[in-house]
Design a protein around this ligand. Structure first.
Ligand SMILES: *Cc1c(COP(=O)(O)O)cnc(C)c1O
Length: 387
């Protein structure tokens, strides 16, 4: 049988860790109870398992367990936080601050809120993907109900100065929502020391199952209430009704435990491989450039090719390597990355970028093979006239 392509798209989704799968299995057909069944052991077991997972997820981000709300993933967590906050704050303010390089989940939710009368400030970033704290502070008004800035960018891995942003938000008494989907489990995230009021995370980005995630709801003050989007059986403290995905939540909990235990060692290993990959390509491909600077996630590399088209390159390499042009979430829409354009790249340049994201199961020899194949493929592509 033909060998499957080497997986280098961990930012789109990560395979479940086998230890996560194992932890989930009993909850499909042995401990299959509904957490809301208060009258028998099946229900109690399910509830205990969910509460254990809540503690595990909370611990990974330095939160208290009762502040964790389980959802179907980061997109839902983002929607619940932003729309929930906006509705709760209606009448008190109508202004949201975010950034041009946020994930679609945040940008599209903000665009929706604009149709409901909210005003949104989209902060620009520099060529390295970094935003200005001065511009952020200047944008804050008495009407600002939320600052929504991601922890680390999914396309470039650029990490924002979260503690500084959180501190600013506190100073001005504005709730700080952080989409930390790419950062949680990869770098040390702590809602207390980072001054984060709301945080979204997703299991499938940290070796847990797809379709489950969480929202951290801080509630520093009474101003930070959110209005639920989904009503029903008053699950999750009324913030997210509906029978819980118990196997998925157990898997998320186990994934959190593993990430916490292995985070620093794994980060080091991935950073070494990523740096080697970038060095090898820099040596073999004249004119290749890394997109994004400063603090970056250890496992991500976004590269601007000197010529050719990313789509063409990725298609040619698809039998051997699974990489991407950027966000999987805008992958169906053939438009240049808003993140790279936000960093000042032209449409043509954004068309020449590929994202490589490594993960727990990536081996050094795979990265070496990838570097060699990429260098070879770029050399084979006809240089195009002009830029
Ligand atoms: C993947 C991702 C999301 C969406 O997460 P889902 O759980 O797939 O809904 C949101 N934000 C960022 C930064 C992501 O990387």
């Amino acid at each position: 049988m033909k060998r499957p392509p080497i997986y280098l798209d961990y930012n789109a989704t990560a395979p479940c860790d086998p230890r996560v799968v194992e932890s989930m299995l009993p909850y499909f057909n042995q401990r299959f109870g509904n957490t809301a069944s208060a009258d028998h052991r099946y229900g109690w077991q399910a509830k205990d398992a969910v509460e254990d997972a809540r503690g595990q997820v909370a611990q990974l981000i330095g939160a208290r367990a009762k502040r964790i709300v389980f959802t179907s993933g980061a997109t839902e967590s983002v929607n619940l936080a932003l729309k929930g906050l906006a509705e709760a704050m209606q009448g008190r303010g109508d202004h949201i601050i975010t950034c041009t390089t946020e994930h679609r989940a945040v940008l599209d939710t903000c665009a929706y809120l604009e149709t409901k009368g909210f005003r949104v400030t989209y902060l620009d970033v520099d060529g390295q993907g970094r935003l200005s704290l001065e511009e952020l502070e200047e944008a804050i008004t008495r009407q600002t109900v939320c600052i929504a800035i991601m922890y680390a960018n999914n396309e470039t891995g650029v990490i924002h100065p979260i503690n500084a942003i959180g501190t600013l938000a506190r100073k001005h008494h504005v709730p700080f929502f952080c989409d930390a989907t790419q950062a949680v489990g990869k770098v040390a995230v702590n809602v207390e020391t980072d001054c984060i009021d709301f945080l979204a995370l997703s299991a499938h980005k940290l070796y847990g199952p797809q379709g489950v995630g969480a929202l951290f709801v801080g509630g520093q003050t009474r101003d930070m209430e959110i209005v639920p989007r989904q009503h029903g059986g008053h699950h999750e403290g009324g913030l997210r009704s509906g029978t819980l995905n118990v196997p998925g939540i157990v898997g998320l909990g186990q994934a959190a435990v593993l990430c916490q235990a292995e985070l620093s060692e794994e980060g080091e290993r991935l950073r070494n491989m990523r740096d080697r990959l970038e060095q090898t390509l820099a040596g073999q491909v004249p004119g290749i450039r890394v997109n994004g600077g400063g603090d970056r996630l250890p496992h991500v590399s976004n590269l601007l090719l000197p010529h050719g088209h990313a789509e063409q390159l990725l298609l040619g390499l698809a039998p051997y390597l699974a990489m991407s042009r950027g966000s999987a979430c805008s992958g169906l829409v053939q438009r240049p990355s808003h993140v790279l354009k936000g960093m000042g790249l032209s449409d043509a340049e954004a068309d020449r970028c590929i994202r490589i994201s490594l993960g727990r199961f990536t081996r050094p020899e795979e990265v070496e093979e990838a570097a060699a194949r990429i260098a070879q493929a770029i050399a084979a592509l006809e240089p195009v006239e002009g830029k």
